[in-house]
Write a protein that binds this ligand. Structure first.
Ligand code: ZN
Length: 313
């Protein structure tokens, strides 16, 4: 989509957290410090996998900046790529498979959507996303041909969920958050069981619906990108009420058989490259507030996605 920068400002996460420079050597306090001391290849267990990195068509140096960041943070980026940039990202992913994972950013209402999806697949793309700004609810049958393809490819599909930015304030827009409610993902996950359904933003503010759908559906996960971790920074322990079923012997499969309810969360940043590290720290603050185990933290920060994507060390 155009103008990612205004989107970031709208979401507000970046404006209220410390922004760290790519060249800064002073801000690392956590696991990132450990990761940096070693070459990324030597520590795959601590790798961060970011599900939510939008390709920035406005930045000519985006690819080289991203590769640099992947090296310094031990990061693998799922790059949400517009159709017009599909070849450069496919080529970069071929050259750097442990750092760049290509995802196709498509408009579900485009007249040639099926052909676009097939071409993304032929180029080696691993999924779709972020699907957003839809004209109909996500579970509308007119979108099923796309989901059928994604199901056949056993892809991950990242859906925007919850409140969505407003791009134009003085012109009519055909945009509505109600078409992107997390409850719609339930039907997609059940009708198309080979799709890994990933909801961005945990349904903000419908966190409870998001979590409950994830609880019952082993193929549903959410990221916590967007404004939620900023909005809830003084009450991060509230996530305990939302992801409440840890250790209650729930019968659905979980990644690595980890019994924690928080395994339904994966890391996603949805910010400019220079702000990704600050989102890592926001996730860590939530982990501390909710007393997550070291294993669950690792699954959220990269373990779950690394397994799904079969990333090599
Ligand atoms: Zn979104």
């Amino acid at each position: 989509m155009p103008n990612r920068i205004s989107r970031r400002k709208f979401l507000g996460a970046a404006s209220t957290v410390a922004v760290s420079s790519l060249s800064s050597k002073t801000s690392a306090k956590s696991a990132l410090a450990t990761a940096r001391e070693q070459p990324p290849e030597s520590s795959p267990a601590d790798r961060i996998v970011d599900m939510h990195v939008h390709f920035d068509e406005a930045s000519p140096s985006f690819v080289s900046d991203l590769l640099k960041l992947c090296g310094s943070l031990n990061l693998t980026a799922c790059v949400l790529t517009p159709f017009s940039s599909r070849k450069i990202v496919a080529e970069t992913a071929r050259q750097h498979p442990s750092q760049i994972v290509p995802f196709g950013y498509v408009d579900l209402d485009a007249h040639d959507i099926v052909q676009q999806v097939e071409e993304f697949h032929a180029l080696g793309y691993r999924g779709l996303g972020e699907l957003e700004f839809v004209k109909k609810p996500f579970n509308d049958p007119s979108y099923f041909p796309v989901y059928e393809l994604a199901n056949r490819y056993a892809w991950i599909v990242l859906f925007h969920t919850g409140i969505v930015l407003r791009k134009k304030f003085d012109e009519p827009e055909d945009v509505a958050s109600g078409r992107m409610r997390p409850i719609h993902l339930e039907e997609i996950a059940r009708r198309f069981p080979k799709i890994t359904v990933l909801g961005a933003h945990c349904g903000n503010p419908e966190y409870e619906w998001a979590a409950e759908i994830a609880r019952w559906n082993p193929n549903v996960f959410f990221d916590l990108s967007g404004s939620s971790l900023t909005k809830m920074r003084e009450r991060l322990a509230d996530f305990r009420k939302i992801f409440w079923w840890s250790g209650s012997d729930w019968k659905t499969n979980t990644p690595d058989n980890d019994p924690s309810a928080y395994t339904k969360i994966v890391f996603g940043s949805d910010v400019q490259l220079s702000e990704i590290e600050s989102v890592v720290h926001q996730y860590e603050a939530m982990f501390d507030a909710c007393d997550l185990s070291p294993h669950t933290r690792k699954m959220i920060m990269g373990g779950t996605l690394a397994k799904m994507l079969k990333l090599q060390g």
